[in-house]
Design a protein around this ligand. Structure first.
Ligand code: CU
Length: 71
């Protein structure tokens, strides 16, 4: 399992949290995810053989949230 933290610009409201979490739950290869509203971070544990760091970033950005950095 790989663990990455995606730093977002902002997460505007709790429904954004639900939207991002819902998407990650449905994403094949993602094992665990946590969206931290206050720090605007998304923590993801995933199987790198199934999905890449960039794929996850693209999926988050497709929902309309800019990812500033990943670590
Ligand atoms: Cu929102």
């Amino acid at each position: 399992m790989t663990k990455k933290t995606y730093q977002m610009e902002t997460i505007a409201c709790p429904s954004c949290v639900a939207k991002i979490e819902g998407m990650l739950k449905k994403t094949t290869g993602v094992d665990k995810s946590e969206v931290l509203f206050n720090s605007a971070r998304v923590k993801v544990e995933f199987d790198e053989n199934t999905i890449t760091t960039e794929d996850i970033q693209n999926r988050i950005e497709k929902l309309g949230y800019k990812v500033l950095s990943v670590k």
